[in-house]
Design a protein around this ligand. Structure first.
Ligand code: G3I
Length: 322
């Protein structure tokens, strides 16, 4: 096995990465490596609402288009990220809702237009959409977002139905973090999916973000959790895997990190429905981790110079067991 694309072919899954479009344009070595290693792409920020519609009615698709174009040229599939979320919303929207100039009826229409416009634009070019991202709190209660507060819990079913109408062939996902292990969140998410299915809402998949850290135990029950979602008939994806550590880096920490990456891939491979394994950035040169967790970093498969870390080598030797 030469590289991750080679591995993906042998394992018959897709192996993807989040891509930073500014870096894709500026750094040829980043671009070459991305395209050599990965057969699936997710825009790290470029498809989020604040990126595609920074001002009301003013669409800026250049960065999102760049990801899709790169994918087409390099034989990669695309995960669309993300249609309904509480973060990275444009200021015109959040301000309008806060000061009451945008009421509930209008807000529902705005969300419907957003989903329809974006999904239609990439019809046939996005394999899977993260339709609703991070809908639950850690205790399993619904997250109080502008969507829940102003539209009520039905916004989730509506979002899936609107997305399905705009591209009937795209796989439609719920996506969240800590669902790898957090029992209240797991149960709440399973309950929601069963309710959606009972209402014939077109939901196809469950995305596990997989933001892990070696200072915490590996989520040892993850494969079983994946299986519970797969048993509902859903496709499974690991959508944003990274494994951070408290700095400084040591050989021991890199070995533990390699073990976590390898177990995550093994867990995915142990569940037939798990068909995509995507990392949230592939090089420590560009990772969200140091900016968000003080004193932590080194979360990716390659170092700042794009040299493979033990975690990368570990993935290359991972095989299906059953
Ligand atoms: O684009 C602006 C730039 O113009 C400005 O000068 C700069 C100064 O702060 O900020 C830039 O925006 C940043 C943006 O990333 C693009 O780089 C934001 O500050 C920063 O907050 C934003 O962070 C992103 C984060 O989502 C925000 O929610 C991360 O890059 C991105 O990796 C992260 O991704 C999320 C997934 O979408 C959902 N799951 C969790 C995951 C990690 O938080």
């Amino acid at each position: 096995v030469q590289d991750l694309r080679d591995l993906a072919r042998k394992l018959r899954i897709n192996i993807g990465s989040a891509v930073d479009v500014a870096v894709l344009r500026a750094e040829p070595d980043y671009k070459a490596r991305l395209n050599r290693e990965f057969d699936h792409l997710t825009a790290e920020n470029a498809m989020k609402w604040e990126s595609v519609e920074p001002e009301r009615g003013v669409y800026t698709w250049q960065d999102a288009d760049e990801v899709v174009r790169n994918a087409r040229r390099n034989g990669q599939q695309v995960r669309g990220h993300t249609l309904v979320w509480h973060n990275q919303l444009p200021a015109w929207l959040t301000t309008g809702v806060e000061n009451g100039t945008i009421g509930a009826t209008e807000l529902r229409q705005i969300l419907r237009d957003h989903i329809t416009t974006q999904v239609r634009r990439y019809k046939g070019q996005v394999r899977a959409w993260d339709v609703v991202n991070e809908a639950f709190n850690e205790d399993g209660t619904p997250r109080q977002t502008i969507w829940l507060t102003h539209l009520g819990p039905g916004y989730i079913a509506d979002a899936f139905r609107w997305a399905h109408r705009a591209d009937p062939h795209a796989k439609l996902y719920l996506n969240d973090y800590n669902v790898e292990w957090n029992v209240p969140k797991i149960e709440a998410t399973l309950t929601l999916i069963k309710q959606l299915q009972a209402q014939r809402v077109p939901i196809d998949g469950m995305g596990f973000q997989g933001h892990l850290g070696i200072q915490y135990d590996y989520p040892g029950d993850w494969a079983n959790v994946m299986r519970r979602f797969a048993d509902l008939g859903l496709e499974i994806a690991v959508t944003e895997l990274d494994v951070r550590m408290v700095l400084p880096v040591t050989p021991e920490k890199l070995a533990t990190q390699a073990d976590y990456y390898g177990r995550a891939l093994s867990d995915c491979l142990s569940v037939r429905a798990c068909r995509e394994f995507t990392v949230w950035g592939f090089t420590d040169r560009h990772s969200w981790v140091p900016g968000w967790f003080d004193g932590e970093g080194s979360a990716c498969l390659l170092d700042e110079n794009l040299a493979p870390k033990p975690a990368y080598d570990k993935l290359l030797t991972t095989r299906r067991v059953s």
